[in-house]
Ligand binder design. Sequence first.
Ligand SMILES: *Cc1c(COP(=O)(O)O)cnc(C)c1O
Length: 428
Amino acid sequence: MYTKSKALFEQANKVIPGGVNSPVRAFKSVGGTPVFMQHAKGAYMYDVDGNRYVDYINSWGPMILGHAYEPVVKAIQEYATYSTSFGAPTQLEIDVAELIVSMVPNIDMVRMVNSGTEACMSALRLARGYTGRNKVIKFEGNYHGHADSFLVSAGSGVATLGLQSIPGVTSAVADDTLSVPYNNLPAVEQLIAEHPDQIAAIIVEPVAGNMGCILPQPGFLEGLRSLCDTHGILFIMDEVMTGFRLAKGGAQELFNIKADIVTFGKIIGGGMPVGAFAGKREIMEHIAPAGKVYQAGTLSGNPIAMIAGYTLLKTLKERPAIYTQLQEKTEQLIAGLRETFGAAGVVYQINHIGSMMSVHFAEYPIVDFTAASGANNELFKRFFHAMLERGVYLPPSAFESWFISNAITTEDIEFTVSAAKAAMQAIR
Ligand SMILES: *Cc1c(COP(=O)(O)O)cnc(C)c1O
């Protein structure tokens, strides 16, 4: 079933560290050999052995309208003929910035970068430059990309691989990153009290998606906002995952909370490598060349990436019904899974919001990283492989969120639920 994938993985391991260009793809958490993809269309991915999968990662978010979404593909083809890069400004970059400003609350200006990592790294530099302070507070199990400052108690692949401290990140850098459990306001208050006038920023995933999906408890984000106001700290909402997914204006719009700086990635590039950070003019004008906080990129604002993102974002802006449809589809899937797990007699938790969700096999609510780590990962592994064999591609780690795309149909969801029923029978 996976003959070609297995051969490719062996070949890949000789020239690519671990055989992959991003760790979670290697299936380390679930075991086995990663499946190599050949092409994808709409809700389906097809691997090199000809197996079809209903896709629940959607490139970890960007494919919110499904793979090879026609208008995006056409736009990329057209713009590629005009040159794939200029290294000089284009009108398209203004169009993209104006579109983003029109969709996202509380921002006047946007700077485009090439990944979510770059966006978060630059946002933190800006916060430090703006406040003249060094330290940052982050939350255990939140992931803000692989910049040094954020590789402390990080989620996603760092959690999947069970890494505690990362060789190569100096203690000088790590010491400036303070981390506390998600959803724990008193712990944040205590850190601020212990480090008066030293905290530049609090950075948070407004809905955590890198330790499975974990929702902010009522009052948590509001509490962070007010602590920031009281202590002159900048509030950075990392919307790399939630931006344009939970609502056209992201978590800021959904929860009605203002961030000082927001970061984007994933959906913003329509499947091309793009990130961005944004905020009010007064803060953003500290970025070079308007201000002194240096930040740059040879390929930033790349025309192919910009037209892909522009085309996708414009569709999301013009068709708000997409968000209702995504939510309905997610709820249909969850209802089917609840029935399946219930009938199989396993304990489970399903956290979800909009089109983000995850399954943890645990009997207690999953509210932070400790809770997520305590879930039955063995059962998740077996469930993952049983689903894969039945044509359903779930994230290959319980520490990742599932992403539902709008290309998925009621029939695809029914197919998925039947697969889950058969999977539970097979593995018990
Ligand atoms: C994916 C992700 C990042 C990193 O983005 P890359 O494009 O992978 O560098 C940062 N923050 C969050 C919340 C993410 O989910």
